[in-house]
Each structure stands twice: as structure tokens, then as C-alpha cells.
Ligand binder design. Structure first.
Ligand SMILES: [Zn+2]
Length: 210
């Protein structure tokens, strides 16, 4: 959406891995949203751009996906399911609503599986989770995504999750502005579109301004 797109075509305006993943559907609030992960290949491109898998890992996963198309479709379906669980939970948070139980269960199950994969390590003076490069598991990039999504929900940043104020966009982001006033996923895209609409509305109907 707009000029912020990286070379792989994903905008990554969410300020958090899990929200960027939720934003891999464009025009969420339109009748016909646009699927940005229509294939396993695109999912892998997203995962690589997000740093979840390196170049060699992505090549190995893509090779396996080419050899096992059914497995690739299943992995993609799991990616969509986790993504929609993140989106459903996060949008409920932005509205002060109770998250859908099915979404919460999907997230919890994925996070539990992820916790079994990671190892606690100490490197460069700090503690971290290390994730194995599971080139035999096409859904491997989802483990860390689920883990990071749950970490966000458990952190104080959960209160900073916002949904773009645009009628059609629906993208999610972390509002890190000092006075908690960020309204748009991107000022250059949705923000300017809204300004343009207000400008046109004022011009066509001066008395209705404000
Ligand atoms: Zn937006």
C-alpha cells in the first residue's frame, strides 16, 4: 500500500512482526479484501523478508514445497488460520471487545507448539530464544510468528495496538507516538487519501465544512 513497500512487495508498517503478518490482507474492510499471500511462495517471501528464515532456508523450504504441493497447501492454510487468529484477536483488542474464543485457541495452540521448538540461548551479552531452521517443516516460520504474537498480547504494548482509521484499509499497527495519536497505518497512503477526501468534500459542499 503506497510507496513504503519494500522490494518484496510487503509494506511492513505495523511496527511488530505479528501485526505485519496480519496485514498480509489488503483492504480488510472492503467486501472483497485482497489476499497478499495467495501461494506458499509468497508466504515464504514474506517470512524471509521478516527475518524468520534465511536465504538458504527459504530455498530448501521452496524445494520441498515444489516436491510436495499438498503439504505446501496445508502449510499455507495454517498460515492463513494463524494470521486470521492474530487479526481477530488484535482487532477485538482495539475495540475493547472480548477476543473470539476460536482465535484465542488457535493462537494458544500455535504458541504452545512453538515453545517446544525454541531454545534459550545467551549470546552477545543477552538472553534470547533461538529457533531451529526446520527445513523439513513447511510451516516452520509460523512458530516464531505465533510466539511473537502472544508475547505482544502479554506485553504492555497490547494497549498500543490500533487499527487504521481508513474505512477500507483495516491494517493494524503499534502506536508508538508520544501522545498516542497515530491514526493511519501510513500517512503517505491512508492519511493522505483521507485528507484528499476531506478536501474534496469541502470544495463540493462549502457549508458542510468541519
Ligand atoms: Zn491504512
Amino acid at each position: 500500500m503506497g510507496e513504503d513497500d519494500a522490494r518484496d512487495g510487503f509494506a511492513r508498517l505495523g511496527g511488530h512482526l505479528a501485526l505485519d503478518f496480519a496485514n498480509t490482507v489488503d483492504w480488510r474492510r472492503r467486501d472483497c479484501p485482497v489476499e497478499l499471500l495467495p501461494s506458499y511462495e509468497r508466504f515464504l517471501a514474506w517470512a524471509q523478508g521478516a527475518g524468520l528464515v534465511d536465504g538458504r532456508g527459504a530455498e530448501a523450504l521452496q524445494r520441498r514445497a515444489n516436491e510436495r504441493p499438498v503439504e505446501a497447501r496445508t502449510a499455507l492454510a495454517r498460515a492463513w488460520e494463524l494470521r486470521e487468529a492474530i487479526y481477530g484477536t488484535a482487532t477485538a483488542v482495539t475495540r475493547g471487545e472480548i477476543p473470539p474464543p476460536a482465535a484465542l485457541e488457535t493462537l494458544g495452540t500455535a504458541a504452545r507448539a512453538a515453545a517446544r521448538q525454541r531454545d534459550l540461548v545467551y549470546r552477545a551479552g543477552r538472553f534470547d530464544w533461538a529457533w531451529p531452521a526446520l527445513t523439513a517443516d513447511l510451516a516452520a516460520p509460523l512458530a516464531r510468528t505465533a510466539s511473537e504474537a502472544v508475547a505482544l498480547l502479554l506485553s504492555p504494548d497490547v494497549r498500543r495496538i490500533r487499527q487504521c482509521a481508513d474505512d477500507a484499509c483495516g491494517w493494524l499497527f503499534l502506536d508508538r507516538s508520544r501522545n498516542h495519536s497515530r491514526r493511519w497505518c501510513s500517512m503517505s497512503a491512508c492519511g493522505n487519501r483521507a485528507k484528499g477526501r476531506r478536501f474534496r468534500a469541502r470544495r463540493s459542499s462549502p457549508s458542510a465544512a468541519g
